[in-house]
Design a protein around this ligand. Structure first.
Ligand code: AVJ
Length: 357
């Protein structure tokens, strides 16, 4: 999960693409590219503890699989967060005095965003919306949104979060409502989350608000089911990382879940999805397990990868939170919790912060 090979310090250049007078994008000229993928994979997969960074889940196939995960019965997160958002509309509106611009980190398909846009577009004469997302999915969802709200102006930023935030800071927007939903913060380790929250704190001014969606600690069985669904979508989402390496780095990871992958003489799939809750660390841990001792040729990076039987490749952490943990985190990041909402089962929380002064 180390970030050492990403380069957030590099000066970013952006290309502006104007679609309509109310819709434009800025695309970073320095996004995640092929050589980054190759460089990061050749580093991370040759460590003693092999890993693949979770940001690589979201190619086109992976993004679609994630959308599918969000609709699964076992994956309560998306549904529950949406339920909370719908139930707090009035309350939320009362926290917004004056006009606000909406800034969203990781907007994805923007389904949940609609609940917030409904509040803002009804209250305000016009609304400025700045979605930041690394995925080009942003274009599709933004076009749909601008069709549905005629007093909405969208400036999309296609970039990684950290550089996207720097871009926003330069715009010096008054009254920002920053949102980071879906418990995406959970992908970061505690020290990385703290850095990230401080970055968000760093772009906030007096009246600004920050809405954060976090998954809460709960019964282990419920948590583990959410990441081991009966339809096997999460398994496919996880294995898609190896398919990407096969396709993009010319490797021969054998996966029978993806029938069209070129095969040798195997008649078994040699990797399996593993997800379990680590109670000490309060996180779901995802891995790909090598079902047998094997060697995988990754021609694109000139590597023969040796794997032992049952060896694990780590692919994701998904941290779960407690209310007291959230309060501690906020305190350290210089954020003041204004309000915490949750669903009736206490599965998920939405936290509204202002800056602490
Ligand atoms: C998008 C990071 C919030 O951790 O629940 C879903 C990703 N991984 N199923 C999560 C994910 C497996 C998801 N986040």
């Amino acid at each position: 999960m180390t970030q050492i090979l990403s380069k957030p310090h590099l000066k970013q250049k952006y290309t502006k693409i104007t679609i309509t007078p109310r819709l434009c994008y800025f695309r970073s000229e320095n996004p995640e590219n092929q050589s980054d993928f190759a460089t990061e994979i050749s580093y991370s997969i040759t460590r003693k503890n092999k890993f693949i960074h979770p940001k690589f889940f979201y190619d086109e196939t992976g993004s679609k699989l994630f959308e599918e995960i969000c609709m699964l019965q076992e994956y309560y997160l998306t549904r529950t967060e949406l339920e909370i958002l719908q139930s707090i509309k009035l309350d939320m509106a009362n926290h917004l005095s004056g006009d606000y611009a909406l800034i969203e980190l990781g907007s994805g398909s923007a389904t949940k965003t609609r609940t917030l846009l409904e509040i803002l577009t009804q209250k305000q004469e016009s609304v400025e919306y700045y979605p930041i997302d690394i995925s080009e999915i942003l274009k599709e969802s933004s076009e749909n949104l601008q069709r549905d709200y005629d007093n909405l102006n969208i400036t999309g930023i296609i970039d990684q979060y950290e550089t996207g935030l720097k871009f926003i800071k330069k715009l010096n927007i008054q009254n920002q409502l920053i949102v980071f939903l879906g418990s995406s913060l959970g992908n970061f380790k505690p020290e990385e989350s703290m850095k990230f929250l401080k970055k968000i704190r760093g772009i906030m001014k007096e009246n600004d608000l920050f809405l954060l969606g976090l998954d809460l600690v709960k019964d282990t069985k419920i948590l583990e089911k959410a990441y081991n669904d009966s339809k096997g979508v999460t398994s496919k989402f996880n294995l898609n990382l190896l398919k990407r390496i096969n396709d993009e780095l010319a490797a021969n990871f054998y996966l029978d879940k993806f029938e069209h992958v070129a095969l040798f003489n195997n008649d078994l799939d040699k990797f399996e999805h593993v997800a379990l809750f680590n109670n000490e660390e309060k996180r779901i841990e995802m891995y790909l397990r090598s079902k047998e001792k094997q060697e995988v040729l990754i021609s694109g990076i000139n590597l023969v990868l040796k794997l032992e039987k049952d060896e694990l490749i780590h692919t994701e952490y998904s941290y779960k939170y407690t209310v007291s943990g959230i309060n501690d985190m906020a305190e350290k990041a210089g954020l003041k919790p204004v309000k915490i909402w949750h669903d009736k089962n206490n599965y998920f929380a939405l936290v509204l912060f202002s800056i602490k002064n």
